[in-house]
Design a binder for this molecule. Structure first.
Ligand code: SF4
Length: 384
């Protein structure tokens, strides 16, 4: 069980980040913000993928002028990303639910003060986004390199400055394209400060490598209970980032919004076409939100054991599948009927992952103790 680090809650539009709130999923549009057609298309698709906050860059006057129209079409909070030009931040605060500023390039404390005071007046949250690639010269001179200590000192300096102005609606990020630096920075910061942390491995790259790099870094922090919102940086369509974050949260058991499928890689013992079976199960379960664990294994070596740990389990035999419900074998079906059997079984589970079938009481209270007996039975059937 992961024990989540206690942070204060910050309101961002209609949702909370930190405290007892769920870890939030966010992303950022990748097109020119002024291009309303493209921006709104990405926003619509990000929302459909269950992205809970969306950031757009506000890098010039045209982008700033597009914000009200973008906001009008959004049902999730809008975040404005600002670099270099504090006037863009002042304008964005009129519309956005949160702004992201980079203390290394906003132009000094006088400008930051104006932005903070306006955020305070408007009730708008702010992310202090420290980035290894744009750390202030002062800290680079002191540490010689954007070390975790340098990044944390920069973040803390800005947090204290904003607090000195009576402003506390802050989220903090400490990002680096180097996984170890990012992880160490967040660990150090979380020991010294209770503001919510936005997790991300910046400039993680493209495709599989980006997914692995982000998952390693973000996963290491999530396992330590660190992190209140996540962005998974990937080259290309931002919509691809969202399922990666959801899968990180799902495989750590932090937030589960759809079935988790456990499957063996298969080997020389395989008796059924597992690859096709998993593909078919995934296709049939697209859009299904029931948060249950479904294990589908190729043979009896691990099949019954995994089935004991899953809500719904399938152990493959010679041209057949043995269907389990929380460790209890409930059916034996031909291989061609396995997918239908799994889909049918799902009808017995509610939206919270509770069994609601006719024998719900028996399954809940005695399922695991019966499992061993049933397993023995299965072995004798298959071996005998
Ligand atoms: S469950 Fe069976 S088929 Fe799958 S990898 Fe293990 S031994 Fe091989």
């Amino acid at each position: 069980m992961i024990e989540r680090r206690k942070t204060r809650e910050v309101r961002i539009g209609n949702i909370g980040v930190g405290g007892s709130q769920d870890i939030r999923v966010q992303s950022m549009t990748s097109c020119h913000t002024w291009d309303l057609e493209k921006t709104l298309d990405q926003v619509r698709r990000l929302e459909a993928a269950e992205c809970e906050m969306i950031r757009v860059t506000v890098n010039d006057k045209n982008a700033l002028e597009a914000l009200p129209e973008i906001k009008k079409h959004m049902s999730v909070p809008l975040i404005a990303d600002i670099h270099f030009n504090y006037r863009m931040a002042l304008g964005a605060v009129e519309v956005a639910d949160k702004i992201r500023v980079n203390p290394g390039n906003i132009g000094g404390y006088d400008r930051l003060k104006e932005v903070v005071n306006k955020c305070k007046d408007k009730g708008v949250a702010m992310r202090i986004g420290v980035n290894a690639g744009s750390l202030e010269k002062e800290f680079l001179d002191k540490y010689g390199w954007p070390t975790p200590e340098a990044m944390v000192e920069s973040a803390l300096r800005h947090v204290e400055y904003c607090e000195g102005l009576g402003y506390k609606d802050m989220v903090v990020s400490l990002k680096s394209s180097d996984v170890q630096t990012a992880v160490k920075s967040c660990q150090l910061f979380s020991k010294q400060c209770d503001y919510p942390i936005h997790l991300g491995i910046t400039e993680a790259g493209k495709g599989n490598y980006a997914m692995v790099k982000s998952s390693v870094g973000i996963g290491a922090l999530l396992l330590q209970g660190i992190g209140d919102t996540i962005r998974c940086s990937m080259v290309g369509d931002p919509v691809q980032e969202v399922p990666v974050i959801w899968d990180m949260l799902k495989c750590l058991g932090i937030r589960i919004r759809d079935p988790e499928i456990v499957a063996c890689p298969s080997c020389g013992r395989i008796e059924i076409d597992l690859d096709k079976l998993i593909t078919d199960v995934e296709t049939r379960l697209k859009g299904v939100k029931t948060p249950v664990k479904i294990s589908v294994l190729g043979c009896v070596v691990n099949g019954p054991g995994e089935a004991r740990e899953a809500d719904i389990g399938v152990a493959g035999g010679k041209g057949v599948g043995y269907l389990y419900r929380r460790g209890v074998q409930v059916r034996r079906v031909n291989e061609s009927e396995i997918v239908d059997a799994v889909v049918d079984e799902l009808k017995n589970w509610d939206a919270n992952g509770n069994f609601i079938g006719e024998d719900a009481g028996e399954s809940h209270h005695s399922g695991k103790s019966q499992a061993a007996k049933k397993q023995e039975g299965l072995f004798s059937i298959l071996n005998g």
